[in-house]
Design a protein around this ligand. Structure first.
Ligand code: GLN
Length: 472
């Protein structure tokens, strides 16, 4: 289902919602996209939008549209678990800003979606509750960490979703499940009420079936928020311009192909799909140019120092005293409360990253690791700044391969970390990135990634939309 304004007038929201829950009952036992479902509430809400339409009242663009939401984003009065035992029984006491904005727009929440615990992972197997499966092949992972969100949209259990992306957690699962997933420029969307993974890299963004739908969702959630000091007031030319996005004319654009990203490890079917995407754009008049992003090879090591440093700091709040799981009763002293609560409440990946992060921040190692990584971050950012002097966008694969089998990488953290090889640099540089499904005959979905300069989401959506129109 697509969100274009007239859809809800053609079909009653209650019919759409009923159909999506019918699909959910059929497929969810196998896919496990959700941690919580809001079926009754969603159906009631849909009925009230029906009533508005029956009276001939105008409704908003996203009003009555069923969307799922990653279970790391707070919805007041509902369980928010981050898919961690630590928060298994936690009920949110306020709405995230993005939640408030979707509520105000009349979006219907279908449920909260499963993720890798605290958004750490690339397969949604690190969830403390269940491993989500890929709707295209349930032997395979949907990607992660926002795998539940991606699977819910891909399986037709929601029309859109919100995820979070710290190193690729929206784009990679979108690629592996065959939908659009978009990470906005850092600061475009408020992080207030979104459980923090690595605060300087985290960004909330949309999943949808098309670039245009993703743009509608972004339009609804973006903007300066007094509750998040890193959120930014958008200037006139940074605001989404739907005339530009849908204009279809991309013939004046130049797109860069970074030679460092077209490496040997890319699966042949992915390489072939990207070549076909390039041909489609060439026919639309897009100019391609080889570019160089020389510091690319340092993106993964930089990310895996900065991210755990921030994770270890952010997860320190879960101490068994303030909220979340507490082993207070079983403990004899404060140290034991900390130890028991944290070893019970956190899974192996969280514990691994807390240790890694604590190490790189410790005195004596801080300069060698954390400070060095911050310097490399500046170089990676400069790489992109230089590239965007020559090109309007950069195109790469989103992931070097299609969805892998459940269990294939879960015991090999380093190979799981390499999943993010094409996506982490955008978070390190703070620029926007989007994964769009390539049209291919391949049985499993393949996504391509577009990136643009800071706050140039218009060009990103314009390119995505033009490709979708050309290959419809
Ligand atoms: N897969 C990456 C990680 O494990 C990215 C996670 C994310 O973007 N939240 O850190």
């Amino acid at each position: 289902m697509h969100m274009a304004a007239d859809v809800s007038k053609e079909r009653k929201p209650s019919e759409v919602v009923a159909e999506m829950f019918a699909t959910t009952h059929e497929r969810e036992p196998e896919i496990k996209a959700y941690t919580t479902l809001f079926e009754d509430q969603a159906k009631e809400q849909a009925a009230s939008v029906d009533a508005k339409l029956a009276k001939g009242e105008e409704i908003g663009l996203l009003e009555g549209i069923p969307m799922s939401i990653k279970d790391i984003i707070l919805i007041e009065g509902t369980r928010t678990t981050a898919s961690a035992l630590m928060l298994e029984d936690y009920t949110a006491v306020y709405d995230a800003t993005v939640t408030k904005k979707l509520k105000a727009a009349g979006v219907i929440f279908t449920g909260k979606t499963n993720l890798d615990e605290f958004a750490m992972g690339s397969s949604t197997e690190n969830s403390a509750f269940a491993a989500t499966r890929n709707p295209h092949d349930t032997e395979r992972v949907p990607g992660g960490s926002s795998g539940g969100s991606a699977a819910s949209v891909s399986a037709g259990m929601a029309a859109g979703s919100l995820g979070t992306d710290t190193g690729g957690s929206i784009r990679q699962p979108a690629s592996l499940t065959g939908i659009v997933g978009m990470k906005p420029t850092y600061g475009r969307v408020s992080r207030f009420g979104v459980m923090a993974m690595a605060s300087s890299l985290d960004q909330v963004g949309p999943f949808a079936n098309t670039s245009l739908d993703a743009a509608y969702i972004l339009k609804t959630i973006e903007g300066k928020d007094p509750m998040d000091a890193t959120s930014v007031e958008l200037s006139a030319d940074q605001q989404l311009d739907f005339d530009k996005i849908t204009s279809g004319d991309v013939s004046t654009l130049t797109v860069g192909l970074p030679k460092e990203y077209f490496i040997d490890g890319i699966a042949p079917e992915v390489r072939a799909a990207i070549d076909e995407v390039i041909e489609v754009y060439k026919k639309l008049g897009v100019t391609f140019k080889e570019i160089s992003l020389p510091y690319s090879e340092y993106a993964i090591p930089t990310y895996y120092i900065l991210m755990p440093a921030e994770v270890s700091t952010n997860l320190a709040r879960f101490d068994g005293i303030r909220y979340g799981l507490s082993e207070f009763e079983k403990s004899e002293d404060l140290k034991q409360v900390y130890h028991e609560s944290r070893t019970q409440g956190f899974g192996p990946e969280s514990q691994r990253r807390i240790m890694l992060g604590t190490y790189v921040l410790s005195s004596g190692y801080y300069d060698a690791y954390y400070a060095k990584a911050k310097q490399v971050q500046a170089l990676i950012r400069k790489d992109f700044q230089k590239a965007f002097e020559e090109v309007d966008a950069v195109l790469t694969p989103t992931s070097p391969h299609t969805a892998f089998k459940v269990g294939e990488k879960v015991n090999d953290p380093v190979s799981m970390y390499l999943e993010d090889i094409f996506t982490v640099a955008t978070n390190i540089a703070g620029i926007p990135g989007m994964s769009v499904p390539a049209k291919t005959d391949n049985p499993l979905p393949i996504g391509f990634q577009l990136m643009t300069k800071h706050f140039d989401e218009n060009t990103l959506f314009q390119l995505g939309h033009a490709y979708e129109q050309a290959t419809k």
